[in-house]
Design a protein around this ligand. Sequence first.
Ligand SMILES: Cc1cc2nc3c(=O)[nH]c(=O)nc-3n(C[C@H](O)[C@H](O)[C@H](O)COP(=O)(O)OP(=O)(O)OC[C@H]3O[C@@H](n4cnc5c(N)ncnc54)[C@H](O)[C@@H]3O)c2cc1C
Length: 278
Amino acid sequence: MSKRVELLDHGYLRLVDCWGREELEDAVGEESIVAAARMSTGKGFLGWGIEETCTTCDGSGTGEKSRGFGPGSLCPDCQGRKCRINKPGDEKLLRYLWENKHATPFEMAGVTIEVAAPIFVFREWHRHRVPFSYNEMSSRYVPLPDLSFVPDPEDSVKRSIAASQRNKQAGVIEGAAVLTLEAAHDLLGEEHELLRKIEDLYQRKLRAGFPKELARTHLSVSRYSKMRASANLRGWLAFIALRSASGAQQEIRVYSDALRGILAELFPRTLNLFSEKR
Ligand SMILES: Cc1cc2nc3c(=O)[nH]c(=O)nc-3n(C[C@H](O)[C@H](O)[C@H](O)COP(=O)(O)OP(=O)(O)OC[C@H]3O[C@@H](n4cnc5c(N)ncnc54)[C@H](O)[C@@H]3O)c2cc1C
């Protein structure tokens, strides 16, 4: 499992802890959800279905003419997954829970992650309150590292064009020029220069004896900070539903997408159910 993902220009997301596993062979993290739901009958987790090579397509995932579906088309039985569950197990209960919004068992699993991201990303992230726990590094106690997010010129132009076409609130201001690559390079070059001046002033304030809590007052929200964030699976799925959506800002979406990838490795069946509905 990839436990650390590098993101943006200086950020990362790292898995710190995961819970929801029963001490079972091949446990991947979802057994506790089923076991919690079964408290009502006292039966516990009974086991996942047995996955076998799909006999309809002989594990190719796609068809052959002789089988009645073309070479390029997906196998109607396994839908291209090349295998299928021949003896249904607790996937059935997991699906029932998910589809009927029996949500509390999904609170029995979860993850803690560590994230380095620009402060403006944390501003959005910290709006997610239930059931999240956060601890962030404090620039009252340690100077912030000299790392700031600066947009990429090509990406800025691409997003400017897309935003003006969509005419969304999150786009360009009324009467704005068409952003050219040259203008983006010039302005972002100025931004790099400004960030150097900001850092220089920060270091001079620190050396002059300003307490760290006052030396930081001119720093921008593009500065990187670090935090740990912890939540149960239900909470993370609510976060991903909002922050991996197309309307979310790209700079938080990349973190949400990376987390989604990690959760898909830890809780594959639940993430499949989550994706089916989207
Ligand atoms: C694309 C996008 C744009 C946004 N734009 C803005 C913006 O312009 N300005 C802005 O201020 N915010 C903005 N937000 C933040 C948004 O308003 C929410 O604060 C954020 O998405 C967290 O969602 P939440 O409240 O569901 O999360 P949480 O606070 O974690 O709550 C989770 C769930 O718990 C329940 N809950 C929590 N608190 C209460 C409560 N007090 N009463 C009843 N039920 C509760 C609700 O069911 C809620 O969905 C934006 C979010 C997105 C995704």
